[in-house]
Design a protein around this ligand. Sequence first.
Ligand code: FES
Length: 116
Amino acid sequence: MSIYSELILDHYQHPRNFGKIDRPTKTAKVSNPLCGDEVELCVKIAKGKVVEAKFKGKGCAISIASSSMLTQYIKNKSELELKNLDKEFMIKMLGIELGVNRIKCALLPLEALKKL
Ligand code: FES
């Protein structure tokens, strides 16, 4: 049996919002120093709200699923709401137990978000 939930596998195999936005408002790229995997996040903001969010990158199932889920979540959120997202939120969103190394994978898109 897989250690990942079906939801994570689904987001990994069919990542939502994968790609780039034409003329994004902000872009940030981060990498996981443990494995070299990368996530690039870009958003379009209008009137203080995220109207579009996309990501690109290469990574493990957790980092891709986490990026996919996060880009879905942040649409229509205000910049203030983005600031309030934290590690606990990410863990809850993924809904699985994560070890020390896997936490880094899960937090990669959040790290990119904080750099925007
Ligand atoms: Fe590289 Fe997960 S193993 S981000």
